[in-house]
Write a protein that binds this ligand. Structure first.
Ligand SMILES: [Zn+2]
Length: 303
C-alpha cells in the first residue's frame, strides 16, 4: 500500500497549549481519513477538498469533547455541492459525506481546487451532543465557502473565541488524496497583546497545510510552524480515522421498525432490499430470506 505524506504513523491529532496556556492549539494529519472518504464516496477532487477540510475541523471539534459526546457539522449551501455533513467523537473517529460527490469545477484563479465555488453561500451548523436533554447548537452564515475561514468566523461569533483555522487537502492527478491536515489556534481570555500579535504574524506566514503535510510534517511539526518562539506544551496525541458507526444490525433494527405492512410490501414487490449508509456508502443487502425473518420479528413486535 502506498503511503502518502503522513509517514508510517498514520493520521493523528495533537492538542497543545502555547505561550503558557494563553493559546489553545490543535494540529492534525488527516491524509488517510480524507482518502478513505474520497474512495468510499467516489468524491471528485473539489468535493474531496471540501469534505476533507470539513472532516479535519470536525475532528478538532470532537477532540474538545469527552467520550461519549459527539459533534455534528452541517453545511447547507447553494453551491453545486449542495450540503456537507460530518461527525466526530472524542476519540478521533470521524465520518462524513456530501450531497453531490461528483461536483467538479475548473481550478480557481490561484490554480487551486475551487472549494468556495462548490460551496457558495449558506449556513454552517455545529451541533454538540453533550449527553444532555437538548444538544447544543450554534450556527453562522458562511463567509467565504473556503471552510477554514467559515469555521474561524463560527468560533469568533458563535463561541466568542478568536481563532485561526488553516486546513488543506492536496489531490493527485489520479484523484487520490495526497496530503491533508490542518491547524486550529484559539486565543484564550486574558491572552496578552504581545502573544496575540505574534500569533497574527505567524498565521499570515503559514504555508498551506497540505503542502506542509506533503513535505512530511506531522501534527507536532504543523504546531511548530504556528508557534515559532512561543513555548509548546503537548497535552494529548490521538489517532484519527474514518470510522462509521453503522452495522448490519442497525439496519435490521431500522427495517423491523418500519413495521409488518411495509416489510411485507417490500418482500412481495421487490423480493429484496438494498440499503446504503449515507455516511460511509457501505451497502447492506437483504434477500427474501432475510426480509422474511425480519417480517417475523416485526410481527412479534406488533403483538
Ligand atoms: Zn456507515
Amino acid at each position: 500500500m502506498a503511503v502518502y505524506g503522513s509517514g508510517d504513523r498514520g493520521d493523528h491529532l495533537v492538542q497543545a497549549l502555547l505561550a503558557d496556556g494563553q493559546v489553545r492549539a490543535m494540529a492534525a494529519v488527516t491524509t488517510r481519513t480524507v482518502e478513505e472518504a474520497r474512495w468510499r464516496h467516489d468524491l471528485s477532487p473539489t468535493a474531496a477538498a471540501a469534505l476533507g477540510r470539513t472532516l479535519t475541523v470536525t475532528a478538532f471539534l470532537g477532540a474538545m469533547l469527552k467520550a461519549p459526546q459527539k459533534v455534528s457539522v452541517e453545511i447547507v449551501c447553494d453551491g453545486p455541492i449542495k450540503a456537507l455533513h460530518a461527525q466526530a467523537d472524542a476519540e478521533g473517529r470521524v465520518r462524513g459525506y456530501v450531497d453531490n460527490p461528483h461536483v467538479d469545477l475548473p481550478v480557481n484563479a490561484r490554480g487551486k481546487l475551487d472549494v468556495a465555488g462548490a460551496v457558495g453561500h449558506g449556513t454552517l451548523y455545529v451541533i454538540r451532543d453533550l449527553g444532555l436533554r437538548e444538544p447544543y447548537r450554534g450556527f453562522v452564515p458562511l463567509v467565504s465557502g473556503e471552510i477554514g475561514e467559515d469555521f474561524a468566523y463560527y468560533f469568533l461569533h458563535s463561541e466568542q473565541t478568536p481563532s485561526v483555522v488553516a486546513v488543506g487537502v492536496l489531490v493527485d492527478p489520479d484523484h487520490r488524496v495526497r496530503a491533508a491536515g490542518g491547524l486550529l489556534l484559539q486565543v484564550m481570555p486574558g491572552a496578552s497583546e504581545e502573544v496575540i500579535s505574534v500569533l497574527e504574524q505567524r498565521a499570515r506566514e503559514l504555508p498551506p497545510m497540505s503542502s506542509a503535510v506533503d513535505q512530511g510534517k506531522d501534527a507536532e511539526g504543523l504546531l511548530a510552524l504556528a508557534a515559532g518562539d512561543l513555548d509548546v506544551r503537548v497535552l494529548r496525541r490521538l489517532p484519527v480515522q474514518f470510522k462509521c458507526s453503522c452495522s448490519r444490525e442497525r439496519f435490521e433494527r431500522a427495517l423491523v421498525a418500519l413495521g409488518e405492512e411495509e416489510l411485507r410490501d417490500m418482500l412481495e414487490t421487490d423480493g429484496s432490499a438494498e440499503l446504503v449508509c449515507h455516511f460511509c456508502s457501505e451497502v447492506y443487502r437483504f434477500d427474501a430470506k432475510d426480509l422474511a425473518a425480519l417480517l417475523k420479528a416485526a410481527s412479534y413486535r406488533q403483538q
